[in-house]
Design a protein around this ligand. Structure first.
Ligand code: ADP
Ligand code: MG
Length: 261
């Protein structure tokens, strides 16, 4: 069965049609890039899928169940994980403690914290940190981590929930090109190994074309193209939206400002 099925999804804000009749599918194990200029409606799509925003109309099916109207927490419980959602306490704990916390909340356990987190789930948390290449940093405070390392910890935290679907809205914003590629290569490998569907946005076309299995392109809320990298690269409407008529994508073209909206 299709993991995520979006049908005729729309959202308007006081007359602004942020997302306009968007339809697409995402299969398990697939990396789907959602691209488009700033203001195209990408974040609005993400926020409807994770339950933060209620669509004006349309359906969002996860494993065949319509999740429109469900609370974000319940959507998360159904296996929709996301990065870019750091807890307020993130910086006050170590790398390992943050992943342990995520594993504990995944089990919906009631616990209280007195001082440091106890050793529950330590092996499992270490295994996740190993997966994202952060085992060597387990005992460090998250407050002192480099930016790219915070992103890896975020990924481990998201994986603690055993997501079926991972939503990543500009996961590499603010990262250097090499770090962007490393994070998305890691995400692609995990998606395949664990059969997770990943929907992500990314400004660097280089990164998108290297790692996405498929792309969908939004412009002013409308889906204007979808397909593999080759199809998108050669699509005249996509070229027009990004670069004016006829030009091809520059190898390292960075789209938009990189600012998250
Ligand atoms: P993207 O993530 O592709 O840059 P967004 O989804 O953030 O685009 O925004 C799409 C459009 O919807 C923009 O015109 C934006 O100004 C508008 N918009 C987004 N969120 C809101 C909101 N909460 N209230 C009003 N307008 C919004
Ligand atoms: Mg956005």
């Amino acid at each position: 069965m299709t993991l995520l099925s979006i049908a005729h999804l729309s959202k308007s804000f006081d007359g602004v049609q942020a997302v306009d009749d968007v339809t697409f599918d995402l299969e398990a194990g697939q990396l789907l890039a959602l691209i488009g200029p700033n203001g195209a409606g990408k974040s609005t799509c993400f926020n409807m899928i994770n339950g933060q925003l209620r669509p004006t109309s349309g359906a969002i099916r996860l494993d065949g169940h319509d999740i429109v109207g469900m609370r974000p927490r319940d959507i998360w419980r159904r296996g929709v994980g996301r990065t870019f959602q750091i807890a307020a306490t993130f910086n006050s704990m170590t790398v390992l403690e943050n992943v342990q916390m995520a594993l504990l909340s995944q089990e919906r356990r009631v616990y209280s914290l007195f001082g440091r987190v106890v050793s529950w789930k330590e092996d499992e948390a270490m295994a996740l940190l190993d997966l994202v290449g952060m085992a060597g940093h387990a005992q460090r405070s998250c407050a002192v981590l480099a930016y790219g390392d915070v992103k890896r910890v975020e990924l481990a935290i998201a994986l603690a929930n055993r997501p079926k679907l991972l939503l990543m809205d500009e996961p590499t914003a603010g990262m250097a090109p090499q770090e962007r590629n490393a994070l998305m290569a890691l995400t692609a490998r995990l998606a395949k190994e664990r059969n997770i569907g990943v929907l992500f946005t990314e400004h660097s076309m280089d990164v998108v074309f290297s790692h996405a299995d498929r792309l969908i392109v939004l412009a002013r809320g409308r889906l204007i193209a979808q397909g593999d990298a080759e199809t998108i690269r050669n699509d005249p409407r996509v070229r027009e939206v990004y670069l004016g008529t006829g030009a091809s994508f520059a190898p390292r073209a960075v789209l938009g400002t990189g600012a998250s909206s």
